[in-house]
Design a protein around this ligand. Structure first.
Ligand SMILES: NC(=O)C1=CN([C@@H]2O[C@H](COP(=O)(O)OP(=O)(O)OC[C@H]3O[C@@H](n4cnc5c(N)ncnc54)[C@H](OP(=O)(O)O)[C@@H]3O)[C@@H](O)[C@H]2O)C=CC1
Ligand SMILES: O=C1OC[C@@H](O)[C@H](O)[C@H]1O
Length: 390
């Protein structure tokens, strides 16, 4: 309990000894949009990273951009109709953080790459597999780094689960199920997540994590086909027939692995009154036992990994730091671990781990296949067309 309290305190308020003065040549980050996720995913992690400078934020409204910059410690702000592009064009900016709605990820990541900037790109990377391919093709051509911000992948806990599976302690994987849900009302009716034209939907949001964790834990086995998928509409936005509030799918992967996925972006209350405990689990059944991780999404607050070899007693593990001494602290969030890896990659050093371009492409492919199977259809392809006019 004391460890939990200490972690929570340090997450929002890192110990002063860990707050780093910035290097003279620290990477200058420019943030596209004053989005809700920015404090958790960039501002707080940057406090303890000596090589990350919160240089600029751009928002569509100039006053909002100024206020956000003041509140969160960005040196500069850009606003108005040209604010996003003006910030990309600022020669001081090294890295663009893109937490725009999903449907705008492609356009603004392509524009950032065109402007010669590395991109930390919020998940899911794009609306379609084709867009993800285009992003990584351009990044490669330009010699720039793009990372889809599946932050949980950088935390020691999910990597410990992968190591247990790789160790073959429990033999071959037979099935993987992953479920994530958010209680009713978490995403308000006007949230970007309910807007089809912005790339909304449950499969795109919590669902994209379940798809990512399935592909990651099953790897090197790849998904072969979606066997079944069904989704439910979000009834508060009936105009968006293609917006899924929740989905389930079963996936057939190589080596006879079965994937079972579930996510609900607005999980209804019991008897309409009692909120449900959010689903946050991945369970892996192997030939010789089971591994389960509770809270793979935000494990820095609390998580546990239960390993049960068939016919034997379970053991419980926790992993807030890497056992091999790789950099990290008990209280580092998934986002802080992610920022560490991202900077290492941009600096041409070897990150502790990475989400490879092909993984992002595979993730988008499976999202589209699930939407095809459940009848909701892919999210709209961006109208932005890249022209290399340099
Ligand atoms: N890694 C993680 O843990 C999380 C990731 N995310 C991802 O981050 C992204 C943003 O999510 P979230 O922070 O919740 O979103 P918000 O709605 O808080 O922010 C979205 C931002 O997009 C900008 N924007 C530009 N065009 C539009 C438009 N047409 N409609 C609405 N907003 C627009 C707004 O910027 P402006 O300030 O210029 O008005 C706004 O600040 C999503 O891709 C989501 O999947 C979200 C939550 C957690
Ligand atoms: O990335 C995310 O993580 C947590 C979810 O609740 C949120 O909707 C999503 O965007």
């Amino acid at each position: 309990m004391l460890a939990f309290i200490s972690r929570v305190q340090h997450i929002s308020n890192p110990p002063s000894s860990a707050v780093q003065p910035k290097d003279k040549n620290a990477l200058k980050f420019g943030c596209l949009g004053a989005a809700n996720i920015v404090p958790g995913a960039l501002v707080n992690p940057a406090k303890t990273h000596p090589d990350v400078l919160l240089y600029a934020v751009a928002a569509r409204d100039k006053a909002r951009a100024e206020e956000f910059a003041r509140k969160h410690g960005f040196q500069k702000s850009y606003g108005g109709a040209t604010g996003y592009q003006d910030m990309i064009d600022d020669p001081e900016v090294d890295v663009i953080y893109n937490p725009l709605p999903n449907g705008l990820h492609f356009e603004w990541t392509m524009k950032a790459l065109k402007g010669g900037k590395h991109v930390l790109l919020e998940k899911p990377a794009t609306d379609t597999e084709d867009e993800a391919r285009q992003i990584f093709a351009l990044a490669e051509k330009k010699g720039l780094v793009v990372l889809e911000a599946f932050h949980y992948r950088f935390h020691p806990s999910i990597q410990r689960v992968k190591a247990i599976l790789n160790s073959k302690e429990l033999g071959a994987i037979k099935s993987i199920s992953a479920a994530l849900s958010a209680p009713e009302g978490t995403a308000k009716p006007d949230d970007i997540r309910w807007k089809y034209e912005l790339g909304g939907g449950s499969t795109m949001d919590p669902g994209s994590y379940t798809i990512n964790v399935l592909n990651y834990l099953a790897s090197p086995s790849k998904s072969k086909s979606v066997m079944s998928a069904s989704a439910e509409h979000y009834s508060s936005a009936p105009q968006h027939k293609q917006i899924d509030k929740k989905f389930t799918a079963t996936v057939n992967l190589e080596n006879d692995i079965l994937g079972e996925l579930f996510s609900d972006l607005n999980e209804s209350r019991i008897f309409g009154v009692i909120p449900r405990i959010p689903k946050l689990k991945a369970v892996i059944h192997c030939e010789g036992g089971t591994v389960e991780i509770f809270n793979f999404l935000i494990p820095h607050f609390y998580h546990y990994i239960t390993v049960t070899p068939t016919g034997k007693r379970s053991r419980v593990e926790k992993a807030y730091k890497f056992a091999d001494g790789s950099k990290g602290e008990e209280w580092w969030t998934t986002y802080r671990y992610q920022l560490e890896a991202f900077v290492e990659k941009v600096r041409s050093r070897k990150p502790q781990t990475w989400v490879e371009p092909q993984e992002t492409i595979d993730n988008m492919k499976l999202i589209e296949e699930i939407y095809a199977k459940d009848g909701f259809g892919s999210r709209p392809h961006s109208e932005y067309e890249y022209h290399d006019d340099e």
